[in-house]
Write a protein that binds this ligand. Structure first.
Ligand code: PEP
Length: 250
C-alpha cells in the first residue's frame, strides 16, 4: 500500500507570533506539493495566527505538546479541546526534549496519545535512542519499550491513522544525521514491531518519519527508503530550505 509522505516542521521555541506569520508567508509557494502532507508544529502562542495565515493552503497546523486532562487547575497547560477549537490537526507527543528536560515518562505520554485520539487530533509520537544506547547495541530494545508503553490500549485503527517519528537523540540539532541505512533499519524495526503488536495491515498503514538534522541536502536520500514515510524537521523548518525538504518527498 502506498503511504502518502508527511513532512512536518517542529519549530520548537522559535518565532514570535509576528515572525511566525512572516515564515508562513515566506514558505507559502515553496511548500506547495499535493503529493505530500505538510504540517507546521508551532509554539502554542503561534497556533492561532499560523492557522489563520495557512487558511486555504495545503499546510496543516500542529501543536508541539498538550496535556491529557480535559480542563481544570493545570496552570500553564493546554488541553486537546483548546487545540481542536483553534484548528490544530496534529500534535507532537514525546519529543526527546520533553522526555529529557521536562521529565515526561511513558505513562504520561500514553495518556496524552489516548487523549489526542479521543479529541480527533493525530499524534506524531516520537521515539529514539541516545548515543550511548546505540553504542551499547540496545537501540531497538529501547524503542520497543517506548512504543509498547506509549501505545498501550491504543487500537489498530488508531495506529493506522497516526504518525511515529524515529528520532535518534544524537542526531537532533547536532548536524549529525543518521545514515539513510541506519534510519531505514530502525524505521523497518518499528514497522515490524507494529505488525507484532497489531497486524500487518496496521504496520503497512502507519506512517513512520525520520527526524534528526534532516535538511535540503539529505532529505531525498532518506525519503527514498521504503520504510521512511516522511520527516520531522527542526532547524531546517525555519527557513526557505524547508520547501526543498517538502519537494524531496515527491
Ligand atoms: C526535531 O526537533 O524533531 C529535530 C529533528 O530537529 P533537527 O532537525 O534540528 O535535528
Amino acid at each position: 500500500m502506498a503511504r502518502k509522505k508527511i513532512i512536518a516542521g517542529n519549530w520548537k521555541m522559535n518565532k514570535t507570533p509576528s515572525e511566525a506569520v512572516e515564515l508562513v508567508n515566506l514558505l507559502k509557494d515553496l511548500v506547495k506539493n499535493d503529493d505530500v502532507d505538510v504540517v507546521y508544529c508551532v509554539p502554542a502562542i503561534d497556533i492561532v495566527p499560523v492557522v489563520e495565515a495557512t487558511k486555504g493552503t495545503n499546510v496543516a497546523v500542529g501543536a508541539e505538546n498538550m496535556y491529557f486532562e480535559e480542563s481544570g487547575a493545570y496552570t500553564g497547560e493546554i488541553s486537546a479541546a483548546m487545540l481542536v477549537d483553534a484548528g490544530v490537526k496534529y500534535v507532537i507527543i514525546g519529543h526527546s526534549e520533553r522526555r529529557d528536560y521536562f521529565k515526561e515518562d511513558d505513562v504520561l505520554l500514553n495518556k496524552k496519545v489516548k487523549k489526542a485520539f479521543e479529541a480527533g487530533i493525530t499524534p506524531i509520537l516520537c521515539c529514539g535512542e541516545s548515543l550511548e544506547q546505540r553504542e551499547l547495541g540496545v537501540t531497538m530494545d529501547w524503542i520497543r519499550l517506548q512504543i509498547k508503553s506509549d501505545l498501550a490500549g491504543v487500537t489498530a485503527d488508531q495506529v493506522k491513522s497516526m504518525v511515529i517519528a524515529y528520532e535518534p537523540i544524537w542526531a537532533i540539532g547536532t548536524g549529525k544525521t543518521a545514515t539513510s541505512d541506519q534510519a531505514q533499519e530502525v524505521c523497518k524495526g518499528i514497522r515490524d514491531l507494529i505488525a507484532e503488536i497489531y497486524d500487518t495491515d496496521t504496520a503497512e498503514a502507519v506512517r513512520i518519519q525520520y527526524g534528526g538534522s534532516m535538511n535540503a541536502g539529505n532529505a531525498a536520500e532518506l525519503l527514498a527508503k521504503p520504510d521512511i514515510d516522511g520527516g520531522l524537521i527542526g532547524g531546517a523548518s525555519l527557513k526557505a530550505d524547508f520547501g526543498q525538504v517538502v519537494n524531496a518527498g515527491k
